[in-house]
Design a protein around this ligand. Sequence first.
Ligand code: HQG
Length: 181
Amino acid sequence: MNDELTTRRSKFLSLVLRHEPERAGLRLDSAGWVSVTDLLAGCATAGRPVTLEELDHVVKTNAKKRFEFSADGTRIRASQGHSVEVELEYAAKVPPTVLYHGTATRFLDSIREKGLLKMQRHHVHLSAETQVTLQVGARHGIPVLLHVHAEAMHQQGYVFYQSTNGVWLVEHVPVEFIVFP
Ligand code: HQG
């Protein structure tokens, strides 16, 4: 499968597994899983057919590891990034001292006022590295990297989770824990 087709498949899977499962006639279970068989059938019905081999390829090669199979391989879900109601059941985890958030300069005034908000997602997304994080910011405008004092937040009782694909998740980052450039 060429890169363009893989990206197209991945985008439709993101749409179905995170935001609009009904587009493929599906319902996610409470932890975001759907049966692989139902997904393939649903994609075909939606006019976006995908084979099991293609699905495997997308799951394996996706740079951000957006999707995961269940241990027995019969179910699939998005690892994070949902707008539909799901409980991903990640265990709370102690974060490193500093985590990063990539955003756009045009949001800075609002972030200085309200801290980092989860917006349409279930959590604020943070990362332990800076490269991809800047690209995440660049999706929204001129990118800017914020440092978050995650360990200090943890010590004050904020609960952090880490998704299967390594993204750190937290409900809210109050402004006093953010270092602006
Ligand atoms: C900003 C990608 C104004 C926030 C990535 C961000 C990530 C505020 C935008 C994942 C704000 C929300 C998430 C405030 C936060 N005022 N703006 N108080 N607080 N914002 O897309 O973090 O490709 O929902 O800085 O890898 O950009 O989906 O979040 O710019 O992990 O797999 O509001 O998306 O993964 O935008 O990206 P998003 P994000 P996927």
